[in-house]
Design a protein around this ligand. Structure first.
Ligand code: ATP
Length: 300
């Protein structure tokens, strides 16, 4: 029952449907194959065929499409440790003067564990959100002329290159601007697997809406007239996060109707007979708009 977790083990109870990710099954399985398949190979076989694990991936695409969600769920699925999350702008602002130290710290636990446990070390996932922020002005004094961006990128490079023996690290960089990412970071052995996570198509939108209304449905709070297929059709260019916003907004309309009908005091734990109806979603559609807009043409 030895668990070679620098390799890792997919949880036996794993089901894609349980991950709460809508519309990204193809992306998810591609990332899995390209970046993680090597980690579920038994160590003996891995040695025989000289498998090198991928240590860095880049997820890119518009905001709110589920990049962070995927990164976190991959960690859960592989039974990895709770990922460490770091954010580009935060690094630039907060850590002026000590950015290198902070990057070093991010990798320290994994390094220590690898030394102590070798191949029995767990997989450590580091999520670097808004990676473009530290890359933007590399070479021209990043971070508003402080040069912090430079040193963060350099430190990342040195950590990624230095982890020759570190099989237990996976760095997941995320960005809305792949064009801003320093090319040096994208080379083989660094953030070498690149995956675009784009806006969901109609089918994906319906799945996302289904996920974000699941609790309401379970508790009988979703009226029978709510047509998620129709809503998916009407929400072209909505990201996952915007669809979640739509559900929130429609809930607020349903609550408003309920409060008007009775009194605020009438809101008990089960919110009485409140139900979210199709009309609430349609009103919400007038209030929540996608970042990338919807044209009349889109709705034909
Ligand atoms: P950013 O580029 O702004 O960091 P992101 O792509 O990392 O955005 P997330 O943080 O993963 O986006 O998405 C925000 C929230 O929107 C998620 O926590 C989730 O609730 C919802 N969401 C986004 N995409 C999906 C999806 N494909 N399926 C289900 N929920 C989603």
């Amino acid at each position: 029952n030895r668990r070679p977790a620098a390799n890792s083990v997919v949880r036996p109870d794993f089901k894609f449907e349980d991950l709460g990710i809508g519309g990204l099954d193809k992306e998810f399985s591609d990332i899995f194959r390209r970046a993680f398949a090597s980690r579920i190979v038994p160590p003996g076989l891995a040695e025989k065929i000289g498998i090198q694990h991928v240590r860095g991936i880049l997820l890119y695409g518009p905001p709110g499409t589920g990049k962070t969600l995927i990164a976190r769920q991959i960690g859960k699925m592989l039974n990895a440790r709770e990922p460490k999350v770091i954010n580009g702008p935060e690094v630039l602002n907060k850590y002026v003067g000590q950015s290198e130290e902070n990057i070093r710290k991010l990798f320290a636990d994994a390094e220590k564990e690898q030394k102590e446990k070798g191949d029995d070390s767990e997989l450590h996932i580091i999520i670097f959100d808004e990676l473009d922020a530290v890359c933007k002005q590399r070479g021209s004094g990043a971070g508003g002329g402080t040069g912090v961006g430079d040193s963060v990128v350099n430190q990342l490079l040195s950590k990624l290159d230095g982890v020759e023996q570190l099989n237990n690290i996976l760095l997941i960089g995320m960005t809305n601007r792949k064009d801003m990412i320093d090319e040096a970071l994208l080379r083989a052995g660094r953030l070498e697997v690149h995956m675009e996570i784009s806006l969901p198509d109609e089918h994906g939108r319906q799945q996302i809406l289904t996920i974000h209304t699941a609790k309401m449905r379970e508790n009988g709070k979703l009226a029978a007239d709510v047509d998620l297929a129709e809503l998916a059709h009407l929400t072209r260019n909505f990201s996952g996060a915007e669809l979640m916003g739509l559900v929130k907004s429609s809930t607020s309309f349903a609550l408003q109707r309920h409060i008007k009908g009775g009194s605020v005091a009438a809101l008990t734990d089960d919110v009485g007979d409140m139900q979210i109806r199709m009309e609430d979603f349609l009103r919400a559609l007038e209030e929540v708009h996608p970042l990338f807009g919807v044209s009349e043409e889109d709705l034909e």
